[in-house]
Design a binder for this molecule. Structure first.
Ligand code: PRX
Length: 642
């Protein structure tokens, strides 16, 4: 790891960067560590417009924190209204639909769309504190919906359009949501993703939902339930674009975003307003070195936290021009992204290692067809980036001119915590490098004691930061138990890491039963619960197995109930079943049928052994607690039933 190449910042880059030297970076870290209140108050004043200032900067009663106590602001005001003077005619969103339709919304236009839709929501009876689900394709109306909610104090929860009706229903019910904002369908690889059909299926069992608002995207036929369902454009008729932003408390719940935990039930991660906005806006400058004329493109979906923080709230609060693309990178062919970068002269491009690996596989001829010279900075997020993928991204896309910011963070952290400041910190492929100012990251052992440089341990964050998770929606005990009990009072990330001799962080992956498939978090238990709901399945154990493109793939070990099953057909059916229960992105890569699963004498499934089997095809680890060794030998000698 320490022997890998290092890439110091180019002097031309540093000369223009917000943070232009290692000393300047260290100085910021020093100030933030020594005087956190002063430091964050300074950031909050510089980056955010407040209706009323705080009585004190933060209040930390572990595990609960409040930032900018008693201050008042509005996230939508910060993303829109405050830019109208200077940036009213600047492009806020440059949108390209998958079929090729194009649209640019200036800050003034986005502002008036948001105000009108906020009035529509008010007209449907929504008020501060209510919850609305956003289940939309990647179209500007998704951003409008989020900002309209924020404008009137409605807490939004965006559900990724790839989630199934079942997953959507569970989220609506957990939140007792009042409204669902959706579209007839969206485009993906030339096919329609029929969102409204899924909403109909989900909402049938959600009595809390009184309104479903439907944006017309593809124009295909959908059913509309009288009294409950309304077309967005019809509700907007005659509605004004006058809608003052609510004065909301800094701790007002801005959004809840569900992510996978270690049980079958997803966790609703709650983020609030003042601290979140301060932190995501700060990192736009620190990590992306955002300048007034940048064209910023984050290829994530708004259904994940990356989309929330670095398509919507961070870039718009910082006054950036953002590209938004609806569809798949290979539609109609594998140069769609490069074409988009060239067409809109993107300067900053932020994507995932999985996408990079998929693009590498298609060859260098695709990017070579397009002029990528507008790019000046590249980013990576969601999973460790292997050095080979890093080097390709650097050479083929960045032409050895663009620094790559490998950004480590989580749904819970709200914003990027570990990443290089590109004008200040030398890069090492595969390392997220160093923490942001005020982020006291450490690698510790089981007892919470720091480990030696080079040794592996758990990654923890020792002090609260403004954009951290506030609680798990409706479950403060689980919040405390998950994040603050491993080492009492200290945030436990669930990741393993090590620091090299330069203090650089190398993230090694999860230490819990959470898989990372294509940079999406998925719990083994969630897939197991889905499998055992199928009538043929007796027991299921799920592990992540290494995968060349997606990082990890879902591998399921299944035992069956009595019956005469055709394994080949059943494997196909179970794949479909999981996609139906959770979403297509969770579809298992491999189903292995077994006579029995390895268990401890107390009956717990030993996933560790199964992980070893799928990774190395044998078992070397400790099997002393195993009940029946024969089960493991048999599994290790078996291959996929497919
Ligand atoms: O294991 C880490 C991995 O993704 C997890 C967080 O997943 P999620 O909440 O879905 O957020 C993903 C987007 C921020 C982390 O616990 N992870 C994320 N970024 C990186 C990473 N692992 C290594 N390097 C990264 N840059």
């Amino acid at each position: 790891m320490s022997g890998s190449n290092t890439y110091p910042p180019a002097p031309e880059f540093s000369a223009k960067a917000h943070v232009g030297s290692l000393d300047a970076y260290l100085e910021l870290c020093q100030q933030a560590a020594a005087h956190p209140e002063e430091f964050w108050a300074g950031q909050a004043e510089r980056e955010i417009e407040w209706f009323e200032k705080w009585s004190h900067v933060f209040e930390w009663r572990p595990p609960f924190v409040k930032w900018f106590v008693e201050a008042k602001l509005n996230a939508s005001h910060n993303c829109l209204d405050r830019h109208l003077g200077k940036r009213g005619s600047k492009a806020a969103i440059i949108f390209e639909g998958e079929p090729g339709d194009k649209r640019t919304l200036t800050y003034a236009e986005l502002h008036s769309e948001v105000c009108r839709f906020a009035n529509v929501l008010k007209g449907r009876g929504l008020k501060p504190g209510d919850r609305a689900i956003v289940y939309m394709p990647m179209v500007p109306e998704a951003v409008v919906a989020m900002l309209a909610c924020a404008r009137i104090g409605v807490t939004h929860s965006v559900v990724f359009g790839g989630f199934s009706a079942e997953a959507l229903k569970a989220r609506i019910q957990d939140l007792d949501a009042h409204a669902v904002i959706t579209a007839d369908a969206g485009w993906r690889r030339g096919k329609e993703v029929r969102l409204k059909d899924a909403v109909d299926e989900a909402v049938a069992e959600c009595p809390s939902v009184s309104s479903v608002i439907v944006h017309k995207r593809t124009g295909s036929a959908v059913s509309m339930k009288e009294g409950r369902d309304h077309w967005w454009h019809e509700l907007e008729e005659g509605v004004t674009a006058e809608c003052p932003a609510e004065r909301l408390d800094a701790e007002h719940p801005l959004f809840v975003l569900y992510t996978s935990g270690t049980t079958g039930k997803p966790k609703g991660i709650l983020h609030t307003t003042g601290g979140y906005m301060t932190y995501v806006t700060s990192t736009m400058k620190w990590v992306f070195d955002l300048k007034e004329d940048d064209v910023f493109w984050c290829s994530a979906d708004i259904g994940w936290v990356t989309g929330h923080s670095y398509i919507v709230y961070g870039p718009l609060s910082a006054g950036a021009t953002c590209i938004m693309y609806e569809g798949a990178p290979d539609h109609p062919q594998w140069d769609r992204w490069w074409e988009i970068i060239a067409r809109y002269k993107a300067t900053i491009f932020y994507t995932s290692p999985t996408a990079i690996r998929a693009l590498i596989k298609q060859g260098e001829a695709w990017p070579a067809k397009h002029d990528l010279s507008s790019l000046r900075l590249l980013g990576s997020v969601g999973e460790p980036i292997n050095p080979a993928a890093w080097e390709w991204y650097y050479r083929v896309i960045g032409k050895e001119r663009c620094p790559i910011v490998d950004t480590w963070w989580q749904t819970e952290t709200g914003g990027i915590l570990i990443a290089p400041m590109p004008g200040a910190v030398a890069l090492k492929p595969g390392s997220g490098t160093l923490p942001m100012p005020g982020i006291l990251a450490e690698v510790v052992d089981f007892d919470g004691k720091p480990v030696a440089r080079g040794a592996e341990g758990f990654l923890i964050i020792k002090r609260p930061w403004p954009s951290m998770i506030r609680t798990i929606w409706g479950d403060p005990e689980r919040f405390e138990q998950q994040y603050f009990s491993r080492i009492p009072g200290i945030y436990f990330t669930g990741d393993a890491a090590r620091q090299d001799e330069d203090g650089y962080f190398w993230i090694l992956g999860r230490v819990d039963d959470v898989m990372n498939v294509s940079g999406h978090r998925l719990s083994t238990m969630e897939v197991e619960s889905a499998l055992v709901r199928h009538p043929a399945v007796a027991e299921a154990a799920v592990v992540g197995k290494p995968h060349e493109i997606t990082g990890q793939a879902v591998c399921c070990f299944v035992t069956l109930k009595q019956g005469d099953w055709n394994h080949h057909e059943l494997a196909q059916e179970l794949r479909k079943w999981v996609a139906h229960e959770i979403g297509a992105f969770a579809r298992p890569d491999e189903i292995r049928f077994a006579d029995a699963l390895p268990k401890t004498r107390s009956g717990k499934i030993m996933r560790r052994l199964l992980r070893e089997i799928v990774t190395t095809h044998s078992v070397e680890g400790d099997v002393t607690t195993l009940e029946d060794l024969g089960v493991v030998t048999k599994l290790a000698s078996q291959h996929d039933e497919e």
